[in-house]
Design a protein around this ligand. Sequence first.
Ligand SMILES: NC(=O)c1ccc[n+]([C@@H]2O[C@H](COP(=O)([O-])OP(=O)(O)OC[C@H]3O[C@@H](n4cnc5c(N)ncnc54)[C@H](OP(=O)(O)O)[C@@H]3O)[C@@H](O)[C@H]2O)c1
Length: 264
Amino acid sequence: MDLGIKGKAAVVTGASRGIGRETARQFLEEGVRVVICGRNAEALERTRAELAQQTGGEIHAVVADMTKPADIARLIETATQKLGGVDILINNAGQMYSGRFAVMTDEGLKEQLETKLFGFLRAIRLVYPQMKAKRWGRIVNLIGGAGKEPDPYMFGSGITNSGLLNITKSLSTEFGEDNVLVNAVCPGWVATNLWQRNAQGLQEELGVKSEEEARRLAARKNSLGRFGKPEELANAIVFLCSERASYITGVSLNLDGGRLKGLW
Ligand SMILES: NC(=O)c1ccc[n+]([C@@H]2O[C@H](COP(=O)([O-])OP(=O)(O)OC[C@H]3O[C@@H](n4cnc5c(N)ncnc54)[C@H](OP(=O)(O)O)[C@@H]3O)[C@@H](O)[C@H]2O)c1
């Protein structure tokens, strides 16, 4: 299927690894020109070089911390200069803030809100005027299931994610008349570094002795009984940015192998 986005310009935040990296790779395969960012310069440059070599596409890297407004401004400015504008924004940079109420700190929650809630909002604020002027834009926010179904172990992420779902729906309504589509995806457990960093906490939460057992128990909660792969997330993200998804806005797609059992 021709996705109809060849030549478009995309910014993918947090793309030195995981879901962001795979999303950038698939855009490049589609002929989309891409700018990626991350905080670790070495890892980011390695990814840029590997993806350029693998796909032959146009990709630039900007070291940027999405908790810092000045870095976000520099990222979007550089993308605009290098690519001649931004048609697609993938708000992906982030981590999971796990743990129950008893261990949640104000600082931990503030950091997550800065990275995901404010980081996503600030990037949208900068790209929207360009998209509005062209009457074409795609924004996809990477959120997470705890925003829809509160989980005590995911208290901090749940708070952030609910806010992001509200932002997604609200902005999809506001930007609709400009043909700027705003959607979200809610990953379940995906096998990335992020999961790895949470493995020990989850092991304790589930009361099991090994990481393998924690992984098995966590996976059993979804209908497919396994973790997702970054490319399975990227398939849907890239589709939502395509011309084929031209009548889809304001949705939050659960990409979780059937983990959430609610009706939305
Ligand atoms: N994997 C899951 O199971 C899962 C579940 C629910 C939601 N999600 C969401 O999906 C998104 C991607 O997750 P992932 O699993 O692919 O994570 P990952 O493998 O840890 O990759 C995260 C990427 O974001 C970058 N990053 C993190 N904080 C950043 C910041 N402040 N500024 C700029 N870049 C930053 C990281 O690079 P640097 O560290 O070098 O900055 C890295 O490139 C996240 O928003 C996450 O919350 C994932």
